[in-house]
Design a protein around this ligand. Structure first.
Ligand code: G1P
Ligand code: ZN
Length: 539
């Protein structure tokens, strides 16, 4: 029943910031998924006798890829596979199920916030038994293996019925189909004050949660409407669809514009939120008000005592280097540990495992805590709801109070997309070479404090990672440059802009960041090298 199929390597199966991510057209090529999964199993020393968690965000090819992976797992001697019902599991729920069952690993079939469908993207994220995505060392070993693979093993069996909860067998491997929502809900109930949030909804508080036709729909319906009593219709786009109903499931001001428009209308809801394809990202909105993810991390941290699950204290907090410095000021005030890591959630995991941090976040709409080892979209929304329920203040009031206390970091991210890879690499290399010459220089109205690559030395495993280039100015403003590791179309240059204001809170970010933006464009010669005078996407 176990077949060995010969194959030839693909040369492009390198993992990026979060797993392997490709155009659907690429992953549906013959043996593409088979090669990758077998290489992964080989590179980690085999999976015989092991237990894995498996599921995806329901995007195009989820159903086909999952059956292939089940059969490859069985053929490779896996002992048990815990699979989300109908092949679905959100990234945060997968991390929870993995940790709860002490599983050896987990695979989430998702390209996260990238569009789905036949012309969209597909991907696989691999988590180790820590519950978080594998380190670069492991992903490098997997990549090396993909380049030399000559055969894979697959079980010759009919497809498994994943609609039925319960246990089945494929050869000696046990397949347990579970409802991942149950574990996830229990975990949230253990952290937040559900009774207080229930009361808030009872009082007429108007709430809109957009699942973007992706995986969090059923979780959100259960938690917000069924358990917490938000009015029917509060959760929107809750049926996971292979093409996300045409939506780009990235919860930001551009791709969730329909929600933003509603929130900015006169009778709009008091609170609005959206999640991404696999449920780890979140956007937070008040009525006619947007909270930047960088501010959100800082505000959650500043208010941790209001949350039952954290009221006894938190270890510390971390952010990616590209994220604004708002949370750094909170960490100082609270006198807790503070860390700055490269972009990618995997860099937070050692800090959580070693009790150095409890909260962490990224500017890219990701916030989370050590309850799991992934960012968690619904967790962030519940955290905000809990703060609102405990203080009686609106999203806007909470944020304004925060600015009053700490000042405001105006913040924007410019994305220059679809750049020729060689051009982007050269731009970064040349800029890196130029950085030392900028130190102490005056550019426009700003003076450079220092300009250098960002290098992270992991205090736990001693590994060193270089990710991005940073120009810091004497007034606290910053420019960060890096190339995306999740794009599937040429290179994406990300430019992160930040300006710090102690008293002036009511300006447009674009206006406040104009000077810094101009410097950013000029120093890196973006227009000259890419032909683009403006960013393709500003968030
Ligand atoms: C992007 C985000 C990063 C996030 C990752 C996975 O990676 O910028 O913060 O961790 O997606 O969600 P990038 O494309 O910038 O490498
Ligand atoms: Zn995601």
């Amino acid at each position: 029943m176990i077949k060995t199929i010969s194959t030839t390597p693909y040369t492009d199966q390198k993992m990026g910031t979060a797993g392997i991510r490709k155009k659907s057209k690429i992953v549906t090529q013959p043996n593409y998924i088979e090669n990758f999964v077998q290489s992964l199993f080989d590179a980690i020393g085999g999976v015989e006798g092991q237990t894995f968690v498996l599921g995806g965000d329901g995007r195009y090819f989820n159903d086909i890829a999952i059956q292939k992976i089940i059969k490859i797992s069985a053929a490779n001697g896996m002992k048990k596979l815990i699979v989300g019902q109908n092949g679905l599991i959100s990234t945060p729920a997968s991390s929870k199920v993995l940790l709860k069952n002490h599983a050896d690993g987990g695979l989430v079939l998702s390209a996260s916030h990238n569009p789905g469908g036949e012309n969209g993207d597909f991907g696989i994220k691999y988590a180790t038994k820590s519950g978080g995505q594998c380190s670069s060392k492991i992903s490098d070993a997997i990549y090396a293996r993909t380049k030399e693979i000559t055969s894979y093993k697959i079980f010759d069996a009919a497809d498994v019925d994943l609609s039925r909860i319960g246990t089945q067998k494929m050869g000696d491997m046990e397949i347990e189909v579970i409802d991942p929502i149950k574990d996830y809900v229990e975990m949230m109930e253990g952290i937040f004050d559900f009774a207080a949030i229930k009361k808030l909804f009872k009082s007429g508080f108007k709430f809109a949660f957009d699942s973007m036709n992706a995986v969090t729909g059923p979780y959100a319906l259960k938690i917000f409407e069924e358990i917490l009593g938000a009015p029917k219709g509060s959760v929107r786009n809750f049926i996971p669809k292979p093409d996300f109903g045409g939506l780009h499931p990235d919860p930001n001001l551009i791709y969730a514009k329909h929600l933003v428009d509603e929130m900015y209308s006169d009778n709009g809801p008091d609170f609005g939120a959206a999640n991404d394809g696999d449920g780890d990202r979140n956007m937070i909105l008040g009525h006619k008000f947007f909270v930047t993810p960088s501010d959100s991390l800082a505000i959650l941290t500043d208010n941790y005592k209001l949350i039952p699950g954290y009221k006894n204290g938190i270890f510390g907090v971390a952010k990616s280097a590209a994220t604004s410095t708002a949370v750094e000021r909170v960490a100082k005030a609270l006198n807790i540990g503070y860390y700055e890591v490269p972009t990618g959630w995997k860099y937070f995991c050692n800090l959580m495992d070693s009790n150095r941090i409890t909260f962490c976040g990224e500017e890219s709409f990701g916030t989370g805590s050590s309850h799991i080892r992934e960012k968690d979209g619904i967790w962030a929304v519940l955290f905000w709801l809990n703060i609102i329920a405990a203080t009686g203040k609106s999203v806007e009031q909470i944020t304004r109070d925060f600015w009053k206390k700490y000042g405001r970091s105006y913040y924007l991210r410019f994305d220059f997309e679809g750049i020729d890879t060689a051009v982007a690499d050269k731009l970064m290399a040349d800029l890196e070479e130029k950085l030392p010459s900028l130190n102490g220089k005056t550019l426009g109205n700003y003076q450079v404090l220092n300009a250098a690559p960002f290098v992270y030395n992991d205090p736990v495993d001693g590994s060193s990672t270089k990710n991005g280039l940073i120009i810091r100015f004497t007034d606290g403003s910053r420019i960060v440059y890096r190339l995306s590791g999740t794009g599937t179309n040429g290179a994406t240059l990300r430019v992160y802009l930040e300006a710090y204001e102690k008293n002036n809170f009511d300006e447009e970010p674009l206006k406040m960041l104009q000077g810094v933006a101009q410097i950013a464009m000029e120093v890196a010669e973006i227009s000259k090298r890419t032909g683009k005078t403006n960013a393709d996407v500003t968030t």
